[in-house]
Each structure stands twice: as C-alpha cells, then as structure tokens.
Design a protein around this ligand. Sequence first.
Ligand SMILES: Cc1cc2nc3c(=O)[nH]c(=O)nc-3n(C[C@H](O)[C@H](O)[C@H](O)COP(=O)(O)OP(=O)(O)OC[C@H]3O[C@@H](n4cnc5c(N)ncnc54)[C@H](O)[C@@H]3O)c2cc1C
Length: 412
Amino acid sequence: MTSQPHILILGAGLTGHSAAVTARAAGFEGRLTLIGDEPRRPYDRTPLSKAVLQGRRDTSDLFFDTEASYRERGITLRTGERATCVDFEQRRVALDSGDTVHYDRLLIATGASPIRLRDPGFDLPGVHYMRQVPDAEAIRDDLAQASHVLVVGAGFIGSEVAASARTLGKDVTLVDLLSAPMVAAFGKSVAEICAEMHQRQGVDLRMNDRVVELRGTGRVEEAVLASGARVPCDLVVVGVGVTPNVEPFASSALEIDNGIVVDEFCESSIPGVFAAGDIANWWHPEVERRFRVEHFDNAGTQGAAAGMSLAGNPEPFAPVPYFWSDQYDTNIQFAGYPGTNYQTAIRGTLDDHEFTAFYVEDGKVRAAVTFNRPRELRPCRRLVAADVYVDIGVLCDPDTDLRKFVREAAAG
Ligand SMILES: Cc1cc2nc3c(=O)[nH]c(=O)nc-3n(C[C@H](O)[C@H](O)[C@H](O)COP(=O)(O)OP(=O)(O)OC[C@H]3O[C@@H](n4cnc5c(N)ncnc54)[C@H](O)[C@@H]3O)c2cc1C
C-alpha cells in the first residue's frame, strides 16, 4: 500500500464521501484520508429544511454510511478538523489542530456556506442560517416556541423553510428582493405559481422588498422593510444564497473564480489538485460552458467523477444538471441548463400545480421543471441531453406519450 500515492480529500460532505468511496471502488489501493471540519461523518443535508424541521426525521438518521464501513474500505475519516492553509508546492495541508498532512493527490470538496447579512439587528438571538445539523436543530427547537416566522430570501432554502414553518401552523412572512419565489431558477411564469402556492397556504409574501433592520430587546421582535412596512417576528431564518468555501486556498496559485475552476475531469489549474461539488466551477465539455451547481445530485455524481480522476481513471463529467425540492405537498424537479432567454411552454395546466414546463431556445428544450409530475422528469432530462429540435406543440399536447416522443426524438 505504501508505494501508492496518498489521496487527501478536504470536506466530508456528500462530494467528499462519494469521491472516497468511488476511488476505492475503482481499485485505488493507497492511503485515502477524508478530513472534515464538522464533528460528524458525512450526512445528507437535504432533509434538514424539510423533514427535520417538521419533526418527521431525526438528525441521527442522516448519515450516508456507518463508521465501520469507512474503516472496512480503508478510508481514514478525520472529523472536527479544519484545513486552514495549503502549500501546493510542498503538497502539504495545515489543519487547525496544528497537524500537517502531506498528499500526493488532493480533492477540495469544502462546499459552500450561507451568505451572512450584516444589516442592523441580524446578530440578535432568534436569527438563524441553515446549512448544518446544529442549524436545523436550533431552528427546529426555536420553532416549537415561535409564533411568527420571518424568512429572508425566497430561493430554494428559504421557500422550503417557509413551507415547513407554515406546515407546522406558524404565521410565516417570506421576503425577497425579487418579484416571486424561485424566480431566478424558474423564470417568471413558473415562479408566479410558486407565489400562489405559498399564498394559498397562508404565507404573507413580501416580494420586491427587503429587510433593512431587525429590532428587538434581547431577541428579535420586529423587522423593518425597505417599503417602510414593519413585520412582527420571533424567529428569523435567512436564506439569501451561499458562497464557496475557498478561504484556505485563496492566496495560492489556484485559479478561483466563483469557486475553484476545474476542467471536465475535475482537475484544477494545479495538476493533481481536484475540486468537485458546491465549490467547483466546472467546464461542461458538451455544452461548452462553466457551471457551479449547488445541488445534491451534482455533489454525488461529480464527487464520483472526481473519485475516478483521483484513482487515475478520469472520465469526462458532462451531465444535465438536476435538482428537486419539496414544498407543502408539491414535489418540484428541475433538469437542464440555467439560462435567461428561454421561452416557457407548459404541458398540463399551471393552475392545478400539476404540470411540466419546458424552457425552449431556438426550438430545443434546454431545461424542464415538473410540479407533482415526477415521472416526467427522466424523459425531460433525456430530451435536454439529446439536444434536438422538437415540435413544442406536440410535446405540450397532453395526449402525447412523453416517453415515446422523447425516445423517437432522441433517436433522430
Ligand atoms: C438545508 C439544505 C437542503 C437542501 N435540499 C436539497 C434538495 O432538496 N435538493 C437538492 O438537489 N439539493 C439540496 N441541497 C443542496 C445539497 O445538500 C448540496 O448541494 C450538497 O450538500 C453539496 O455537497 P458538498 O459535499 O459539495 O458540500 P457540503 O455539503 O457543503 O460539504 C462540504 C463539507 O466541507 C466542510 N468544510 C468546509 N471548509 C472546510 C475546511 N477548510 N476544512 C475541512 N472541512 C471543511 C464543510 O463544513 C462541509 O462539511 C440542500 C442543502 C441544504 C443546506
């Protein structure tokens, strides 16, 4: 084993886990170390804003694997240790424990952290962010006492937290600078359905507005909005996006631009140094564009792709990006490439919240979102990958068999 290179993975989230397990499964026999700063082994964050907040799932039940399984695979798992600095010339990583670890191949999988708001009052007790288990536990515990929840940011995490709080019967106000929830991801017409979904459930939506100040004595009690409105609140959750965790690498020769810049094999500007998951700004060889994707499927599959590269069997990573979200009783799934100049075509009716929306550019489907139509997502993803001209009228006709249509379209 000792003559083999040492693979070091920084960040023990889904990406790091997936890379480690894949490198081993691909036949890598050398030392493999996975280091993460959280005090627990890799776990699934996706239930935190949903089942965990709603009290339907315990945080002890989220791990991807057992400790014994890492041991059996020969993966040395070091939790509760933070990488503070990397010397890429000497191939050494300094940890906050004082230890230094040498590597031969390095994967950076340190993910992203919530953007913190610095406006007055955002440091008051009762103000939360959502990323890790302790965040979810603290919000869940506070929710038990809270009566009026203010959610700042109506993107993916904010919308899920608002839905969970409302499901628990709390008064909920959802504030966003933009015109509707999830509008950046879904565009105007579908985002308006998201707005209607929250309103139908009784959420007080304050779009095109922002919180300028939080006030309270000893704890948050009230929000002041830019419009001048005042909103009472005893619990605030901020979900205004994330920023990639690049600090330990920032002063190096490593190319960083909206995350760590990597090629289709997850390799960075420094040979032998890779990045994947939420932190990676990767080159899609087929679409010939860069993406940084902050979703579960990407973390798992790009982590696996990085694992193959680390093991010496690189394969190009070229998927159609995918994510899902669950809000109230609505399952939302999206596959495709983000864009701003798409036309939207609908299969089904928007009003009953059971439809598929296609994002079309020059006669080709670039992305699709399904609302409560999970079975339509897979053919949609295939259609995006096929990159073919289609008759949008036929595609949207409810009598069209979508699977058959896609099969034939993809076959040319
Ligand atoms: C509440 C929540 C709900 C979500 N729900 C969905 C969903 O429904 N659908 C979906 O598609 N996606 C969802 N996601 C997104 C998905 O969970 C992320 O895309 C995924 O976790 C990214 O994995 P990652 O391993 O790249 O990064 P992370 O999960 O962020 O893991 C990175 C790890 O590295 C650690 N780290 C950071 N810096 C250092 C350092 N210097 N040294 C050592 N360790 C470090 C971090 O603490 C963390 O443990 C959700 C995310 C959250 C937070």
